[in-house]
Design a protein around this ligand. Sequence first.
Ligand SMILES: [Zn+2]
Length: 407
Amino acid sequence: MHDHRKLGRELDLFGTDPLIGAGLPYWLPDGAAVRHALEEYVRGAERRAGYRHVYSPVLGKRELYEISGHWSHYRDDMFPPMEMGGEEVVLRPSLCPHHALIFRSRARSYRELPLRMAELGGMYRAELSGVIGGLNRVRAIQLNDAHIFCTLDQVADEAHAALEMIRRAYEALGIRAARFRLSLPAPGGKYVAAPEHWRRSSALLTDALERSGLPYESAEGEAAFYGPKIDVQVADAAGRESTLSTVQVDFHQPERFGLRYVGADGAKHRPVMVHRSIIGSVERAVAHLIEEHGGAFPAWLAPVQVAVLPISEAEVSGAEAFVRQCVDQGLRAELVGPERGSLSSRVRVARRVPYQAVIGAKEAVDGLVALRLRDGRRVGALPAAEVLSRVGALVSAHRPVLWDEAP
Ligand SMILES: [Zn+2]
């Protein structure tokens, strides 16, 4: 594995500036392309799984976090409040309270449940400067978050479905979980006191894990302050683990915010909140992807997907036309022209690009491209339209393979 900070610099993915501040990286165009592809994958997977997306602001009044419990249990990790017009607003430490209020903003019926609300939204954590570095620990976080408001009977299915989304995402991303962890409270920690809720949540999460057939371990002291969670752990090059995905069952916030829905019996009932994240924060997810793949991302994530290499000056205009066709098809393509050296040195320059399309005199005349894959395989000369459709199909299906021999 590789150090994502070193590779991030080498590959022009992201950077930092002391004037912006520690833990506040910016994304360069190639890094932004990876991030955008990842975010669109997540949104698509969520849409297909019945989630609806919302946007909510990154600020909220201090009072909001007093109600949610963040102020008393999580204040050390929050930025200090800002005074404004006699009120105090804070940068939010999580998206949950905003989503609870969006749920509460309308009368809700049992027919709407499970109501799956998703957002890729900003949140903030006052990390100490000593632990900050690269994309792993940042102060401004873009979180892939969702909250499922549902009945108690629906929790197990929803948690199970979330684990299934996580499994499919890891397959597409070409990463694997180091460990599934059932994160429980530790004696004497800062948790909300509701023993019955903790017992029920733990039992529901255990059920979801068992049903998914996943091996897991329990760990004390890793729970959220409002409830236990399933954490999907990934490991870096040094074997250090961090949490990428989570599934949590929460009875606490629905109670704090007085959430209600009208049941089939006409009476008001309290929903349960399932918090779940497929890829966690995009910063940490991209850091892990860089390290796991050494910058050679799965084709659908790669900053440049097709490098087009005309052998000589004579094929440059044909190569430019092929780049345009790729771009029109939604692929990220780039011309690596003869002014950048011999063909073999240009192939080396483009070694992390999944597809290298070589165009020589013969190919130019016949409307072909000689396709090479990043792993060294040579597919050979194919009609340009066939390359476009086969690469396009693999990319839009988020397939982790570079080529189907027999599509
Ligand atoms: Zn949440």
